[in-house]
Design a binder for this molecule. Structure first.
Ligand SMILES: O=C(O)CCC(=O)C(=O)O
Ligand SMILES: [Fe+2]
Length: 320
């Protein structure tokens, strides 16, 4: 009986695969210490094996999280013609809504870590000003960008190429996407909230209002449902990180499905590099021949967006 129970519990365990959780901020973990080195290793391994991991990030106070998610509600309640003011020549940087995924709607703040970036977005949405929104979103983006830099520092160190870290960070820019997934209307049977995809960023940090929906795919093809909780942030490698690492870092396919009958709000901080994306010489050898020709991160995003729009249209016209 005991043996049977053990095997049942193992079966259940493997059925509900979970993402690794890496706590970057435990007390003993200061740069230079042995525990820092092993933490860097954990981060690298998580990104190599899963392409993503969960991390508790208490640096964003829960009060600020609440305020930001409340502001999102206020933002999406604005009239459509106001939201449509959020435009950009860069793909995915502006307002997006498509008939093939009616439950979701999203907007983008270019350069949210600078006060200018957040202010000009705020001004477009609220010409009479909305100081609270601006301050909250700006502080939030700055705090999350610190997590982005920390993760990269740890991975660069773990590969022994920390000498490239400073210039990489100097050429990094951010995009904060604000996403709303509404509740289906009565009789509406849609649960599709977008295509399964990999991000074209270097790194993405996703955080939601504790309503489930995000799923990531493991290398062996299983979907992991990401369980949200207040201060857990999900750190996800994009295709640019994969290429830079010469294929070592995995970029996980992920998708959003609507499970709960609750509105889901999500904030995704994408980082892009304006340096040419190419693997450091240290990561190229006989066992790891160069996998990708050097390219520009924004070109990758542009190329993808053309395919993507085509897919949305096909889906809308019932051909996919
Ligand atoms: O809503 C989410 O959790 C993720 C959204 C996403 O994958 C994206 O915007 O690229
Ligand atoms: Fe994504």
């Amino acid at each position: 009986l005991i043996a049977a129970e053990i095997s049942i519990s193992m079966a259940l365990h493997s059925a509900a695969a979970k993402l690794p959780v890496v706590d970057l901020f435990d007390e003993n973990c200061k740069p230079g210490t042995a525990s820092w080195v092993s933490k860097c290793n954990d981060v690298r391994v998580a990104l190599e094996e899963y392409g993503c991991f969960l991390t508790p990030y208490h640096q964003v106070p829960s009060q600020l999280q609440d305020q930001v998610f409340n502001s999102l509600q206020q933002l999406f309640d604005l009239p459509l013609e106001t939201k449509l003011q959020n435009t950009s020549h860069k793909p995915y940087f502006g307002y997006f809504k498509h008939p093939s995924i009616p439950l979701s709607e999203s907007m983008g703040i270019d350069d949210p870590t600078s006060l200018d970036g957040t202010q000009s977005f705020t001004h477009l949405m609220w010409p009479n000003g909305n100081q609270k929104f601006c301050q909250n979103v700006h502080s939030y983006a700055k705090l999350v960008s610190q997590l982005d830099r920390m993760v990269k520092k740890m991975v660069f160190e773990s590969y022994g190429v920390e000498k490239y870290y400073e210039s990489h960070i100097d050429s990094t820019s951010y995009l904060l996407r604000l996403i709303k997934y509404r509740v289906p209307h009565e009789g509406e049977t849609i649960d599709n909230c977008g295509f399964p995809h990999t991000d074209k960023s270097f790194l993405t940090i996703v955080h939601d209002n504790q309503v489930a929906g995000l799923e990531t795919k493991t290398k062996d093809g299983n979907w992991i449902c990401v369980q949200p909780s207040g201060s857990m942030f999900i750190v996800m490698a994009g295709d640019a990180f994969l290429a830079w690492s010469n294929g070592r870092v995995h970029s996980a396919t992920h998708r959003v499905v609507k499970e709960e009958n609750k509105e889901r709000y999500c904030l995704a901080l994408f980082s892009f590099s304006s340096e040419t994306i190419e693997a450091p010489a240290e990561l190229i050898d006989e066992a790891h021949p160069l996998m990708f020709r050097p390219f520009q991160n924004m070109d990758l995003l542009r190329l993808y967006s053309l395919d993507d729009l085509h897919r949305y249209d096909q889906m809308f016209n019932g051909q996919a």
